[in-house]
Write a protein that binds this ligand. Sequence first.
Ligand SMILES: Cc1cc2nc3c(=O)[nH]c(=O)nc-3n(C[C@H](O)[C@H](O)[C@H](O)COP(=O)(O)OP(=O)(O)OC[C@H]3O[C@@H](n4cnc5c(N)ncnc54)[C@H](O)[C@@H]3O)c2cc1C
Length: 389
Amino acid sequence: MPERADVCIIGGGVVGCSIAYHLARISRLKIVLLEQGHLGGGSTGRSAGGVRRQFLTEIHIQLSIESVKIFQTFREETGWDPDFRETGYLFLLSTEEERTRFRSAVELQRHLGVSVEVLPPAEIQRLAPCLRVDDLLEGTYTAGDGYASPFQVVWGYAERAADLGVDIRERCEVTGVRVAGGRIQAVESRKGTIATPVVVNAAGPYAGCVGEMVGVEVPVTPWRRQLFVTAPFPDLARELPVTIDVHRNWYFRREEGGALIPAPTDRQPSFNTAVDWGIVPEVYAAGVHRLPALAHAEVVRGWAGLYDISPDNHPILGESEVPGFYLACGFSGHGFMHGPVTGKLMAELIVNGRTTGIDIGPLSPRRFHEGNLIQEPITMHGVVNSDNQ
Ligand SMILES: Cc1cc2nc3c(=O)[nH]c(=O)nc-3n(C[C@H](O)[C@H](O)[C@H](O)COP(=O)(O)OP(=O)(O)OC[C@H]3O[C@@H](n4cnc5c(N)ncnc54)[C@H](O)[C@@H]3O)c2cc1C
């Protein structure tokens, strides 16, 4: 007789751990979480930890508003400090075209209750004296956004989920999912088979591979994204907003007194997570214009992870065409910030068949079959969606 569970969650990143915790909070289901490596060892642990409410679509902004609230109360809820630094998020705009697009975004954000300011260059300079501002038209700034610690969040959820009875298994790769009569029957792992009627695919950039095990097409593609950190330098002696230069498709934030800076996302999808040190000069070239002091700061470490891109750059949340097979993936570079609220919403969907607070209907996997991809009201060349945090 195989072991039995009511729900098997595949993936121990922020999304899987948040779902496990929230499911255990609102139900008495027997829940098992299977992680092929270590908790947080996938994209979550490699993310920049950015948390912002400046987005272009209503659903993204709603997810962010709720997630910011969760980050602010995470310590009380889990006992773990997420190290949420509310440094603010600053988008820098250089052209009339960017200004027009962002003004529309600001309208939508304000309409949904986000307090976002439009700053002239002189105020940007006051906020971040180390920036070059003479070629800027303006910036958009949200004070309560910032960044948090991915591992603290994963472990906060995982530890509390385990306290509530969730069975968390690391180094336990899922190798297959049995389906019979159109329904989920069992999950096969390197450490045995678990009979279950419900599987949650929270496998991040590997969500497509898990979908194949069930015979469901999950349109998530992996794209390498690299981050580098410089040695400390005086301009970054104090916290600054996470700063995004829209025109140059570049951003930075402070990391241990140095700058955390990205390389451009690869041009082709792949599962490659090797660091390409040869790209460092390109990374500097993009940044020195905006942050001149960068020219004298040496890169001391770097890493690569995978973005989990969906066709419309929005997450895929809901039950698939195979009953009992739920998807929580495709966060398109925003899964760290949207993972906490996703856990709550997915738990409600699985237990009650509906969510409270946010309607995730538009994020259903059905949208790809029905041709209802989420349209951005204003386009930003994909820059703000995928390439910038
Ligand atoms: C460089 C970089 C910077 C980023 N910066 C930000 C940011 O600033 N803000 C933000 O919100 N997001 C950011 N992201 C995106 C964010 O990291 C992801 O969207 C988020 O971590 C997705 O979480 P997840 O739990 O779905 O995936 P993951 O953290 O990847 O977790 C999925 C887990 O599933 C496991 N798994 C896969 N297949 C199997 C299997 N067959 N059996 C068992 N386990 C399996 C994997 O080992 C993995 O641990 C960034 C990503 C990268 C790469």
